[in-house]
Design a protein around this ligand. Structure first.
Ligand SMILES: [Mg+2]
Length: 238
């Protein structure tokens, strides 16, 4: 009789898994800019969204925080240009509404991450994102509960490439078999499974059958593999 390898770490995707972009902040930013610079709020909102979509491909190759800082400076200047504002407006805008301000923690995220750590597991985040992952997790109040945060841009390797997952497991100091991976994209879940990780799809909108719909379900998944109350055995295994 064989027993499954106990889970020693849970590796989370960031966006739409433990963090979400709040549309309300877009509205707030548009209203702020409309008032501050005498613009039409609806036009500002449209421009904000359009520019983010247009520049998606541009941040994919940023490797360092310095490169990212330059990217955001340029981003602010382009935003100002699109709205007919002087370049001086860009700095104030980007300082008032930086990237991380649009993010919110998924409800219950702190309890789930804390619960995993209380069970003796490590917590990792692996996100296809810009180098500033620490700053974003700090902004949503989760950084102190994360042992390892990996931004794919910093690696130059993005999910679903196996190298991204293996790097994260290595940084957590565990084998892929001891990792539970949670992501809202099926291709990433499948890539993790192919590496021997346990993995589950999450759909916080509650629409995908077979996916977990509430982040709190992760605690139950961990307990079902490790057996509730086996904290001592887990600790010994490390
Ligand atoms: Mg995601």
């Amino acid at each position: 009789m064989t027993f499954p390898t106990p889970l020693l770490a849970v590796l989370f995707d960031r966006d739409d898994t433990i963090v979400f972009t709040d549309p309300q902040i877009y509205r707030e930013a548009a209203l702020w800019a409309a008032g501050r610079f005498g613009l039409d709020a609806a036009q500002v909102g449209q421009t904000l969204r359009a520019q983010w979509t247009d520049t998606m491909a541009r941040w994919w190759h940023l490797r360092t925080l310095e490169e990212e800082a330059t990217f955001w400076t340029d981003y602010g200047e382009e935003l100002a240009r699109r709205l007919g504002l002087p370049p001086a407006a860009a700095g104030e805008w980007m300082e008032t509404y930086p990237y991380e301000r649009y993010m919110k923690p998924v409800p219950g995220a702190r309890e789930v991450l804390g619960g995993l750590r209380a069970r003796g597991l490590k917590v990792g985040v692996l996100s296809n994102t810009l180098p500033s992952i620490d700053r974003t997790l700090e902004a949503v109040g989760l950084r102190d509960l994360v042992d390892v945060a990996v931004a794919s841009c910093t690696l130059g390797v993005h999910k679903p490439n196996a190298g991204a997952f293996l790097h994260a497991a290595g940084a957590l100091g565990v084998s892929p078999q001891a990792v539970l991976f949670i992501d809202d994209k099926l291709e990433n879940v499948e890539a993790a499974l192919a590496l021997g990780m346990r993995a589950r799809l999450i759909d916080l909108r509650g629409e995908t059958e077979g996916a977990i719909h509430d982040l709190a379900e992760v605690l139950g998944l961990v307990d079902s593999v490790n057996g509730a109350g086996q904290d001592a055995a887990l600790t010994a295994a490390r």
